[in-house]
Design a protein around this ligand. Sequence first.
Ligand SMILES: *[C@@H]1O[C@H](CO)[C@@H](O)[C@H](O)[C@H]1NC(C)=O
Ligand SMILES: *[C@@H]1O[C@H](CO)[C@@H](O)[C@H](O)[C@H]1NC(C)=O
Ligand SMILES: *[C@@H]1O[C@H](CO)[C@@H](O)[C@H](O)[C@H]1NC(C)=O
Ligand SMILES: *[C@@H]1O[C@H](CO)[C@@H](O)[C@H](O)[C@H]1NC(C)=O
Ligand SMILES: *[C@@H]1O[C@H](CO)[C@@H](O)[C@H](O)[C@H]1NC(C)=O
Ligand SMILES: *[C@@H]1O[C@H](CO)[C@@H](O)[C@H](O)[C@H]1NC(C)=O
Ligand SMILES: *[C@@H]1O[C@H](CO)[C@@H](O)[C@H](O)[C@H]1NC(C)=O
Ligand SMILES: *[C@@H]1O[C@H](CO)[C@@H](O)[C@H](O)[C@H]1NC(C)=O
Ligand SMILES: *[C@@H]1O[C@H](CO)[C@@H](O)[C@H](O)[C@H]1NC(C)=O
Ligand SMILES: *[C@@H]1O[C@H](CO)[C@@H](O)[C@H](O)[C@H]1NC(C)=O
Ligand SMILES: *[C@@H]1O[C@H](CO)[C@@H](O)[C@H](O)[C@H]1NC(C)=O
Length: 392
Amino acid sequence: MAAVALCSSRSLVFLFSVFILFSGGETFIRQLSVELNPGSTSTPPGGDLLHVRAVGDNDTLHFLFCSQGAPTLLLVHTNSSSSTVKVDWSQFVAPNTSGSLKVEPESSVQYSSAVVFSKLLEYDDVNDTADPTSDLLPPYELQDFTWSRLNLSGPTALLCGSAPNATNGSLCLKLSVFDSEGRSQSWPRLLHTANSSQLGVWLDGLLPRATRSRFLLELQAVGRTDPPSRVEVHQSIDDEYTPSIFQVSQWVSSENGSSDVLGFVQWKPVAYRRSDPVLEDATPCRHSDPRPQSGKAAPSGLIRAFYSDPDVFGLNVSFGLGGEPFYNSTRFLSWTMLVGVGSPPVDSFSPLVVTIMAVGLGTPVVLLLLGGVWVCVKKRAAASTTAYEPIN
Ligand SMILES: *[C@@H]1O[C@H](CO)[C@@H](O)[C@H](O)[C@H]1NC(C)=O
Ligand SMILES: *[C@@H]1O[C@H](CO)[C@@H](O)[C@H](O)[C@H]1NC(C)=O
Ligand SMILES: *[C@@H]1O[C@H](CO)[C@@H](O)[C@H](O)[C@H]1NC(C)=O
Ligand SMILES: *[C@@H]1O[C@H](CO)[C@@H](O)[C@H](O)[C@H]1NC(C)=O
Ligand SMILES: *[C@@H]1O[C@H](CO)[C@@H](O)[C@H](O)[C@H]1NC(C)=O
Ligand SMILES: *[C@@H]1O[C@H](CO)[C@@H](O)[C@H](O)[C@H]1NC(C)=O
Ligand SMILES: *[C@@H]1O[C@H](CO)[C@@H](O)[C@H](O)[C@H]1NC(C)=O
Ligand SMILES: *[C@@H]1O[C@H](CO)[C@@H](O)[C@H](O)[C@H]1NC(C)=O
Ligand SMILES: *[C@@H]1O[C@H](CO)[C@@H](O)[C@H](O)[C@H]1NC(C)=O
Ligand SMILES: *[C@@H]1O[C@H](CO)[C@@H](O)[C@H](O)[C@H]1NC(C)=O
Ligand SMILES: *[C@@H]1O[C@H](CO)[C@@H](O)[C@H](O)[C@H]1NC(C)=O
């Protein structure tokens, strides 16, 4: 009977999984087009500007990524499928002008926000407590890094930079823009949609300045109004895509504290100590509370060109906990986040977990049902035998 029960619950599971797979059927697709240094006839001094246009049915998302100054990703959402980006290049490369990059028509802009990679911080964790306020070494200002030209392949761009005095090692950023929903192959395998882009950051081979060095990354969120200002941490019981991690953090922006999320930065609190990691190479990360930066964004060509008087929030992401191996052990750290508009993607349970839950919950139910049927049949049989008993 147990076998029968298992069989029927398996087919239930199968139907359930099929339902789950096909219920998300109508995928939302954007048409992507990639343009390097839009409107410029020569390669601009000081770094490239990438523009990825993602056109939906009645709207457009403009992804702009630039290495003039501190590396910056800017997202502009318009309610027109024909909005364009205009750059005044002679002003864009000047260090003291604003308003040189416009998204037109300006009335179509619904929301914009930017993420700036402002600083890389290193500290000497002498007591192995991973307290990022102890023994800080002089910070690396990312605007002072020497950045490579953008290496493009489709809607993916790779940017690597090296510290002014460092002979070895680099910090790299990889931006991927997507035309539809999906999940990348490498950990943490974040779920993305056509309304988000993924930014991978990794530190490779940079020489630590102390034997027990650990690192932090300072990020800024910038917007005209309502930049991402609070971090929510959500729990999940499912770690199939990101083994051993049961949390997702999202730095969200909402209008006057309403519950509607306008834009987000999302990540899982994990970094990896190797480029091709196994489970032991995962290291937890933590974030500080976002703090208003009193209008002071790190020097970034893109911020200066698009915003005149922006709101800025900053937070630190620190890698590693006390007792975890130090950076020196592999001299590699990688971390991944998603930046997008609207609500952040929510992981549904993976088919494996659905199957396990269905077998776990389904089997007892089926057993109970069959048990009930068996009891009924027995009772009826008993009733019918008593019916034929001779009456004394
Ligand atoms: C796009 O706009 C057109 C006309 O304004 C409208 O008919 C159509 O329903 C809209 N499509 C979507 C997906 O909102
Ligand atoms: C920007 O700087 C240049 C020289 O570096 C100067 O000639 C120009 O007047 C400045 N413009 C503004 C708006 O401050
Ligand atoms: C786009 O939004 C603006 C306001 O932000 C509105 O005035 C305009 O009518 C909208 N256009 C379309 C096509 O919905
Ligand atoms: C490390 O531990 C020693 C002894 O407990 C203490 O005196 C020192 O302040 C600690 N250093 C840091 C940076 O916490
Ligand atoms: C560009 O990236 C590809 C892989 O993404 C790599 O094979 C290639 O060497 C890179 N080119 C340069 C000039 O860095
Ligand atoms: C780089 O080296 C120069 C001179 O060697 C020094 O003045 C400067 O402080 C160094 N910068 C950093 C970030 O270490
Ligand atoms: C830079 O890396 C090379 C090869 O990995 C190594 O031989 C060299 O010693 C490193 N340079 C420094 C200053 O450590
Ligand atoms: C993406 O944005 C479009 C247009 O605003 C919206 O219709 C769609 O539902 C969004 N998709 C997701 C997965 O948020
Ligand atoms: C948001 O709140 C501020 C004051 O806190 C107010 O001045 C502003 O009008 C509000 N905006 C909206 C759209 O409600
Ligand atoms: C990040 O950490 C450093 C060092 O503790 C600190 O100076 C800086 O203010 C922090 N940044 C933010 C935005 O909290
Ligand atoms: C860590 O750094 C120390 C001194 O800089 C060096 O002797 C040691 O070999 C390093 N460890 C690893 C695993 O590279």
